[in-house]
Design a binder for this molecule. Structure first.
Ligand SMILES: C[S@@+](CC[C@H](N)C(=O)[O-])C[C@H]1O[C@@H](n2cnc3c(N)ncnc32)[C@H](O)[C@@H]1O
Length: 217
């Protein structure tokens, strides 16, 4: 069965916009004094992550909730909040393993006036934080973009699928990045081929690297 997504035109437009957003985040981070900078300079990765905001927008209600596993410096998280309206909120979970990574993520959020709508949780994704348990099955969008190893990706997909609302979308990053993240595709295919993920509306779009799964309503 093929993947059905809301509005392909909107997806393309937002992918183009995301590139500018990433450049804006980079410019913000570049104002941080050298002693507080992270060694790795990139604000983010690739514009296909814009699908997180585009799918959120397509749901047609106001208080869209994102759960992002793997935040980096919050470029995608802040793009989502800016594009989905003033009532949307985001929870991001990351180990923030690099020196000054959390500082840079917080800075990117603060400088875009999004502190009140963004909650960052620090820890490894195999340890489910209490605020996520408390949120329960309430997230409209879950973005899986943490560790890209086979077992970690399988585990993150399986765990955090439970926190997705019926009708909501899981976006799995780098499904089609065979060069840098080949294990993500193996993880998704393993779960799909064995019917562990049974939803009918799932797949990847031509020209996009993520894998999308819509939870049945
Ligand atoms: C590719 S980056 C995320 C990019 C981000 N989603 C974006 O669009 O800009 C991957 C992130 O996953 C985090 N990470 C890696 N392993 C993790 C784990 N086991 N638990 C939580 N976060 C992890 C890393 O610290 C890193 O920030």
């Amino acid at each position: 069965m093929s993947l059905k997504v809301p509005d392909l035109g909107m997806l393309e437009t937002m992918r183009e916009e995301y590139a500018q957003h990433l450049a804006n985040c980079q410019a913000l981070i570049d104002t941080i004094p050298e002693q507080h900078r992270m060694q790795r300079r990139n604000a983010g990765f690739h514009a296909d992550a814009s699908v997180v905001a585009a799918l959120g927008n397509s749901l047609g209600h106001d208080n869209i909730k994102l759960l992002e596993i793997g935040v980096w410096k919050a470029a995608t998280l802040t793009y989502f909040l800016k594009k989905t309206g003033p009532a949307s909120t985001a929870v991001g979970l990351d180990v923030f393993q690099f020196e000054n990574q959390l500082l840079e993520a917080k800075f990117v959020i603060a400088r875009q006036d999004l502190v009140a709508r963004a909650e960052l949780l620090v820890g490894p994704s195999h340890s489910i934080p209490k605020p996520i348990f408390d949120a329960g099955q309430s997230f409209d969008i879950v973005h899986i973009d943490g560790s890209h190893t086979f077992m970690d990706a399988c585990r993150d997909i399986l765990i955090y699928y439970h926190f997705l609302k019926p009708g909501g979308w899981m976006v799995i990053d780098d499904y089609k990045d065979d060069k840098h993240s080949p294990e993500v595709r193996t993880a998704v295919d393993t779960l799909v081929d064995r019917n562990i993920i049974r939803e009918s509306n799932k797949g990847s779009l031509e020209g996009w690297t993520n894998y999308l799964i819509q939870k049945a309503s």
